[in-house]
Design a protein around this ligand. Structure first.
Ligand code: NAP
Length: 334
């Protein structure tokens, strides 16, 4: 077995099974029928899974959709699928590698230069429980991709979002954030023994804290920011977990998962809902569990932690030093 495919413990599997059953009972289709002609949407990590289905749903509703992916072959293929399925020809593939701050800056510059407007930014991409990898800039991979890359991207695009207001930022977190803790002494897992699960949970807690602080900073701007847990879905997210790599999984839990776990299409309903629903206009700083607003974990509500994380993140991605050098970055200086 690949040494990186560490099988999940029986406890892990029981927890996942419980979550799957819970989702099965509570999930549903986006209740809004709103369409979005004339609106521009970016979905990160849109070549597969929930991101691709979110892009599909939003393309069906008439938006101009930009798929932001690291693998251009997969990205072009997904854009082609979506155009064919929805007959919406305004679906475009763009390169974005969230594990590279240079790539994030290049992507944002192109959007600022080439797009007239930006109405919805869906920060969807993620990596889960990968080995102890680091990004191009030396950040722990899950913290770097799931959170820091999106933190920089969002900030660079803020002026575009403000100019297109009312506009929305949607951050994909996870119920896993409840098990997360921000360790400010070692955000990047340089001194602690690396724990793939705890690193994922920390990155998803960071996403909720970021949403709260962003929303606070955006008060009165017409730009809202909300976070969500999409439910447990049958996607490629478990590629590093070895979820189905054991005989036990394949013959016992496998069929149950297959029957009950959400399809990516169903798991894309919360992102779609937050992106289009008229009734959510002006709603900001909230956490949604599926289609329902819910209180996140206590640490995710801690304003001091959120402020500290923002300041630390700005330092890590170099936003302080470049402050004032571009319109997008000026919006950070509050
Ligand atoms: N599936 C679930 O059960 C579940 C539960 C809770 C929360 N979520 C959240 O839902 C979101 C979507 O997950 P999913 O289940 O659809 O996962 P997925 O099928 O693994 O898709 C993840 C996407 O992120 C992209 N990505 C990974 N690293 C990237 C990078 N460095 N730069 C740009 N894109 C990158 C992947 O691209 P490649 O294909 O090139 O790797 C892929 O397009 C994630 O934020 C996840 O944490 C999912």
């Amino acid at each position: 077995m690949n040494r990186y495919l560490l099988p999940l413990s029986v406890l892990d599997k029981t927890v996942v099974l419980f979550l799957v059953l819970r989702d099965y009972v509570t999930s549903g289709a986006c209740p809004s029928k709103a369409t979005i002609p004339g609106k521009t949407v970016i979905v990160t990590g849109a070549n597969t899974g929930i991101g691709k289905q979110t892009a599909m749903e939003l393309a069906r509703r008439g938006g101009r959709i930009i798929l932001a992916c690291r693998d251009m072959e997969k990205c072009e293929a997904a854009a082609k699928d979506i155009r064919r399925e929805t007959l919406n020809h305004h679906v475009h593939a763009r390169h974005l590698d969230l594990a590279s701050l240079k790539s994030v800056r290049e992507f944002a510059s192109k959007i600022i230069e080439e797009e007239e407007r930006l109405d919805v930014l869906v920060n969807n991409a993620a990596v889960m429980r990968c080995p102890h990898w680091t990004t191009e800039d030396g950040f722990e991979m899950q913290f770097g991709v799931n959170y820091l890359g999106h933190f920089l991207l969002t900030n660079l695009l803020l002026d575009k979002l403000k100019a297109s207001a009312p506009s929305r930022v949607i951050n994909l977190s996870s119920l896993a954030h409840v098990a997360g803790h921000m360790d400010f002494d070692d955000l990047n897992w340089q001194t602690r023994t690396y724990n793939t699960k705890a690193a994922y949970c920390q990155s998803k807690l960071a996403v909720v804290l970021f949403t709260k602080e962003l929303s606070r900073r955006l008060q009165g701007s017409g730009v809202t920011a909300n976070a969500l847990h999409p439910g447990v879905a049958r996607t490629e997210l478990g590629r590093h977990t070895g979820m189905h790599s054991s005989t036990f999984s394949n013959f016992t839990l496998g069929p149950i998962f297959w029957l009950l776990v959400k399809s990516p299409q169903l798991a894309a309903q919360p992102s779609t809902y937050l992106a289009v629903a008229e009734e959510l206009r002006g709603i900001s700083g909230k956490y949604f569990d599926g289609l329902r607003e819910k209180a996140p974990a206590p640490e995710a509500e801690d304003e001091e932690v959120a402020r500290r994380l923002w300041a630390e993140s700005a330092r890590l991605v170099g936003l302080e030093t470049s402050r004032g050098s571009s319109a997008g970055e000026q919006s950070l200086s509050r």
